[in-house]
Design a protein around this ligand. Structure first.
Ligand SMILES: [Zn+2]
Length: 83
């Protein structure tokens, strides 16, 4: 089973992409970009800010900005961090 970061929705295809807890152990819920060392990289980031920051990556995949925003709102709002 492939884990998806419960903050940004990125697929974590290998352990190197997982986040880290304060004690250095692997955190399987979040990716290394969102959760590098026991806390969120941007701890006070809002849901809307996360959606906006992910849009360029979706656009690179071929979606328009509007499509990307809709997809991200749907995909991210079910994740643990944003529930
Ligand atoms: Zn992430």
């Amino acid at each position: 089973m492939m884990n998806i970061c419960q903050s940004c929705g990125m697929s974590m295809k290998n352990e190197g992409l997982y986040g880290k807890n304060k004690d250095g152990s692997v955190n399987i819920d979040y990716c290394k970009y969102c959760y590098p060392n026991g806390e969120f990289n941007k701890f006070n980031e809002t849901f809307d800010e996360m959606v906006e920051s992910c849009i360029p990556y979706e656009v690179k995949e071929g979606f328009t900005e509007d499509e990307a925003r809709k997809r991200l709102i749907q995909n991210l709002r079910i994740l643990k961090r944003w529930r």
